[in-house]
Structure formats: structure tokens, C-alpha cells
Design a binder for this molecule. Structure first.
Ligand code: ADP
Ligand code: ZN
Length: 290
């Protein structure tokens, strides 16, 4: 069975055709410009293709509530032209198949649970650390939405004693995203993350902030696995530091072997790697059929 997958990002839109094994058979990406221009390319890509359902994993915030008037739209974004733009409404004009619309990170969490490193589990959390920080969660086989959907990148963390950087979030300044997303790293040190050597103090700050976030997620959502992706997580050397801080901060409170003995397999890089988002959108499409 074939599925249409759209990974709608702030920088690029990835369109793909995939199957129920999570295999990507065809794929194309387009830079995110205006909604009209970008969506025209998306529609062109899928126009003559065969598929039974469509999944969209989108940058946000979005409205994923099927009962809402604005279901299918991106709600508020600084990205010019995209505020209140309804992706699903536009797709409905061209494709008469069941559709699923969710956050990119909820999609990625579902993809990892279906085919990746969290296969066989019922709960997992996927966090991306890139231009922004966002996390999605599957809890007992359900994607978490609620009032809006989780916005786990904007939680508050304790400051590292030596960090004097004010923070970059336009809403909260020194929330997690304001302190630890790629642009914050660049603003704090004056160079891009990939240019900072692995023994630089900046990576200790980074691990400290991300670990605090994970501790909060562990205590609130109780994920059976935590998957960390996005550009900044390509700095694989920070994984051991993050794991160490998580153990230290939890301080023995959560008595589970996943944390006390096998943390290397508990906090991991996505098994689907750079395809986590695309596979996530395929997984969402499959869910649309259920
Ligand atoms: P996006 O979040 O826009 O989808 P990415 O996940 O690639 O895209 O994140 C881009 C951010 O990650 C940028 O701020 C960039 O500086 C940072 N980044 C990308 N690659 C690396 C790397 N290898 N090491 C550290 N930071 C990186
Ligand atoms: Zn914030």
C-alpha cells in the first residue's frame, strides 16, 4: 500500500511516497517560500501519483483538532504568509483521500515507534534540537495533543552558573529553546555549532540544559525511550554528557534499569536518522486510514 507523506518544515517541504514498511520510494524537497508557491509544488509532486492516504507532519504551532474550525492550519508563526494558512484545506481541494495532520515531532515520534528505535514500545518521546526545539510524544500508543499540542521546547530550565547569555526566544528569552537551540548557540559564542570544538565549554552548557528538559519529560510523560534528533544532535559527543546529567539530576529517584543501567539505549539518536520526519509523515498517513 502506498502513502503520501509531507514533512512541512520552516526551511523546506519534503514530499514523499512511502509504503507500510516505512520505506521511502520517491522523494523531493522544495524550499519553504510563500504558501501559494510552496503548496503548488507539493500538489504538482503528488498530482499523478497513487496513494491511499496522506500524512502531514508540520512545523507549528498548528491546529490538529479535527473538531476545530481551523483544523489543518498553522496558527501563529513569524514565517511570513504562513500565519493561519490552512494546509489541509488546500490539500482537500486536490486529493480525496483520508488525511492526518500533526506536528512534525509527533510524526517523528510515531515513525520511530513504528519502525525505528522505539519499535515494540508503547510510549516514546522525540525531541529535535535544531533551529528551534520541539518534542512530540506517543503515550500508550496515543499521540499527545490536548489543549493545543505540547510545546516542550519552551519549558524553563535552571541556568548554568557560568552562562551569562540572555537567551534568544522572542517570547521568553531564556526558555530551553532560547538557551539551547542552534541559533542560541551561535549567538552565545559567535560561531555556528558545527564550528565549535567538542571540548568547548558550550557543549557542557548544552548538555546541562537538554538533560534538565529530559528529566522534566521523564517525570511528566514517563517515556520508555527518548530519541534526540535535529542538526545540533549531530554533535554525537554530547550524548554521554546528557546521559550523565540526567542520571545526576534524577539522583536515583526513578528506579528503572533503563535509566540506572542501560541509559545508553534509553537516550538515543533516531534510528531513522535524517528520514525520521519523512517516515513520521508516512506513519501519520497510515494512522489516517485507521
Ligand atoms: P531545522 O531545525 O531548521 O529543521 P536542523 O535540524 O538542521 O534544521 O537545525 C539547524 C540548526 O542546527 C542550525 O542552527 C545549525 O547551526 C545547527 N546545526 C546543524 N548542524 C550542526 C552540527 N553538525 N553541529 C552543531 N549544530 C548544527
Ligand atoms: Zn520560549
Amino acid at each position: 500500500m502506498l502513502f503520501a507523506a509531507i514533512e512541512a518544515g520552516g526551511t523546506k517541504f519534503v514530499c514523499a511516497i512511502g509504503n507500510e514498511k516505512g520505506e521511502v520510494l520517491e522523494k523531493e524537497s522544495y524550499p519553504t517560500t510563500t504558501p501559494e508557491e510552496t503548496m503548488a509544488k507539493v500538489i504538482e509532486f503528488f498530482k499523478d501519483k497513487e496513494f491511499v492516504a496522506m500524512g502531514v507532519g508540520s512545523f507549528g504551532p498548528i491546529d490538529p483538532d479535527k473538531k476545530s474550525q481551523t483544523y489543518g492550519s498553522i496558527t501563529s508563526t513569524p514565517k511570513v504568509g504562513w500565519s493561519n494558512y490552512n494546509i489541509i484545506k488546500e490539500l482537500n481541494k486536490h486529493f480525496n483521500v483520508p488525511k492526518a495532520f500533526d506536528t512534525d515531532v509527533n510524526g517523528a515520534a510515531l515513525g520511530e515507534l513504528t519502525w525505528g528505535t522505539a519499535k515494540g514500545l508503547q510510549s516514546c518521546l522525540y525531541i529535535t534540537v535544531g533551529t528551534g526545539i520541539g518534542a512530540g510524544a506517543v503515550v500508550e500508543n496515543n499521540l499527545v495533543h490536548g489543549l493545543l499540542h505540547p510545546e516542550m521546547g519552551h519549558i524553563f530550565v535552571r541556568r548554568h552558573k557560568e552562562d551569562t547569555y540572555e537567551g534568544k526566544c522572542p517570547f521568553h528569552k531564556d526558555c530551553l529553546e532560547g538557551l539551547a537551540a542552534g541559533p542560541a548557540i551561535e549567538a552565545r559564542w559567535g560561531v555556528k555549532g558545527h564550528e565549535i570544538p567538542s571540548d568547548h565549554q558550550g557543549w557542557d552548557f548544552e548538555a546541562y540544559y537538554l538533560a534538565q528538559a529530559l528529566v522534566n519529560y521523564i517525570l511528566i510523560l514517563s517515556p520508555q525511550k527518548i530519541i534526540m534528533g535535529g542538526g545540533v544532535m549531530q554533535q554525537k559527543h554530547i550524548f554521554p554528557k546528557i546521559r550523565e546529567y540526567v542520571v545526576e539530576l534524577l539522583n536515583g529517584y526513578v528506579q528503572k534499569n533503563e535509566i540506572l543501567k542501560n541509559i545508553d539505549e534509553y537516550i538515543v539518536y533516531p534510528e531513522l536518522g535524517q528520514s525520521a520526519g519523512t517516515c513520521g509523515a508516512i506513519a501519520l498517513a497510515m494512522k489516517a486510514l485507521q
